[in-house]
Write a protein that binds this ligand. Structure first.
Ligand SMILES: *[C@@H]1O[C@H](CO)[C@@H](O)[C@H](O)[C@H]1NC(C)=O
Ligand SMILES: *[C@@H]1O[C@H](CO)[C@@H](O)[C@H](O)[C@H]1NC(C)=O
Ligand SMILES: [Zn+2]
Length: 450
């Protein structure tokens, strides 16, 4: 995607973030009901120890979710800023050992990310999920007869009707959460994790096209989201991540796996629910019809439908279709439980004890590279922290006046790959809906964007 679009997206995210200060709405005590046991669960030589424990304490006392201390240490939009040395070391060790394919970073000008000539996106070397190349280790299908449920892009203020619905119906799902959204919607996060006891997974920090990022940026996008979830759930490490736009390739997938132990999840059906209401988007009746068709259709393979906790309509379509799932004999299952194993890398679920796990096993096996590799990365970050945008109201219905200027690539490039992982390139700003665009308009006034 053009860098201008990306920076606008990132700025908008930051503005949206500023809209719901995590420090204000804290009228009750979130102090970790699931604090870690006194003894840290990794041995000293376990790499996860280095990746996710950097202080003198064993993590038994994490700041309350939503408190200023809890949110203080995370980046806003520049995920390469202040990257922990341990992550860089783990990345460099994986690269050095040939575990991370040395394929080019993809480029995008508003359409599918592309690779230089000689690099076939469908070939085994690149194997881009955007082009529907399936790496066997990735999760695309549910087992026969199983409806594998998940929701992307939360937590958001709009998530709550979904969470309450799930609670009422006594089911849980997998939430592929955006790190920066967790930071600014602490109450919704806490509800999903503690009250609903739903499964938390990774959907990056700023929702970029991951194949267009450098190795160091990939590390930041995944690592900070991992760390925030880890530090907000009594030390649980997510086991699954879903690339925004389904955009992953062998390089990105390898970094996720080798450094953070993450398994990549895509999907096998896409209603494009996120685009309801967009000028070139789908409609609610079409989304409803697609859901009905699939749920009343063949049971093999099982379904993993891309769904979003973004708007009244994306959530509403799911709620309307929900009774059909049981009526048609499907087993409803959270995506993170499809393999029958633990939800997290180090815990069975949201209430079980945390136990040893395997993040970055590979990194431990190799010596650390010279520190110079990392310091150059860390210092290359720019300072883009927006300030003074605290009056933006998330979810406000203000006119989306800057939408067209903010989205120069919205015309033409839309690709409608039915059932495919590529459906959202046409409008890179749309995934976050009006709230984001509203934030963007405020930002545009506050910053000289060129
Ligand atoms: C996460 O928790 C660890 C302690 O386990 C702490 O060292 C680290 O600073 C926390 N991260 C952030 C960004 O607050
Ligand atoms: C969506 O909006 C309609 C009309 O305002 C309302 O009746 C419905 O409860 C809303 N659904 C959700 C999921 O919030
Ligand atoms: Zn998403």
């Amino acid at each position: 995607m053009p860098s201008v679009v990306r920076s606008l997206l990132l700025l908008a995210l930051a503005a949206l973030s500023a809209s719901a200060s995590p420090h204000d709405l804290h009228d009750h005590d979130h102090a970790a009901p699931r604090a870690l046991p006194g003894r840290w669960y990794h041995h000293e030589d376990h790499p996860a120890y280095a990746l996710f424990r950097r202080g003198d304490t064993d993590g038994a006392t994490y700041p309350a979710v939503g408190s200023p201390e809890w949110s203080a240490g995370y980046p806003d939009t520049d995920v390469t800023k202040g990257t922990p040395q341990a992550w860089i070391d783990a990345l460099n060790a994986a690269v050095k050992a040939g575990k991370v394919p040395n394929i080019p970073v993809a480029t995008s000008t508003g359409g599918n990310p592309t690779y230089p000539q000689g690099f076939d996106p469908n070939g085994p070397e690149v194997c881009s999920a955007t082009y529907k190349c399936r790496n066997k280790e990735d999760l695309w299908d549910a087992p026969d007869g199983v409806f594998g449920s998940s929701f992307d892009d939360g937590p958001l203020p709009t998530s709550m009707p979904l969470y309450e619905f799930l609670k009422q119906n006594n089911v849980i799902t997998t939430h592929f959460m955006i790190g920066s959204n967790i930071l600014w919607n602490a109450d919704a996060f806490t509800y999903a994790f503690e009250t609903l006891e739903s499964d938390i997974a990774v959907h990056t920090w700023t929702h970029p096209y991951m194949t267009t990022l450098s190795n160091e940026q990939v590390i930041g996008e995944l690592g900070w989201t991992m760390e925030l979830i880890h530090n907000s759930t009594g030390g649980r490490l997510p086991k699954y991540w879903r690339p925004p736009y389904g955009d992953s390739d062998e390089r990105v997938r390898a970094i996720a796996k080798e450094v953070f132990g993450l398994t990549t999840v895509i999907w096998n059906q896409d209603t494009e629910d996120w685009s309801i209401g967009e000028s070139t988007g789908t409609t609610r009746p079409k989304v409803d019809a697609s859901l009905k068709e699939w749920i009343t259709g063949p049971k093999s393979p099982g379904l993993i439908i891309l769904e979003h906790e973004l708007t009244n309509n994306t959530v509403g379509a799911f709620m309307q279709a929900f009774p059909l799932i049981a009526q048609n004999g499907w087993k409803f299952e959270s995506v993170a439980r499809l393999d029958g194993g633990s939800v997290y890398q180090n815990s069975d679920d949201d209430t079980d004890d945390v136990t040893p796990q395997a993040v970055g096993v590979f990194a431990a096996a190799s010596p650390s590279p010279p520190a110079s590799d990392a310091s150059s990365t860390a210092s290359s970050s720019s300072n883009s922290k927006p300030t003074g945008t605290g009056t933006v109201t998330s979810g406000s219905s203000s006119p989306v006046s800057t939408g067209s200027t903010a989205n120069p690539s919205a015309t033409g490039a839309a690709q409608d790959h039915k059932n495919g992982a590529m459906s959202r390139f046409g409008s890179p700003m749309s995934w976050h809906s009006a709230a984001l665009a509203t934030s963007l308009s405020v930002l545009a006034a506050a910053f000289a964007l060129s």
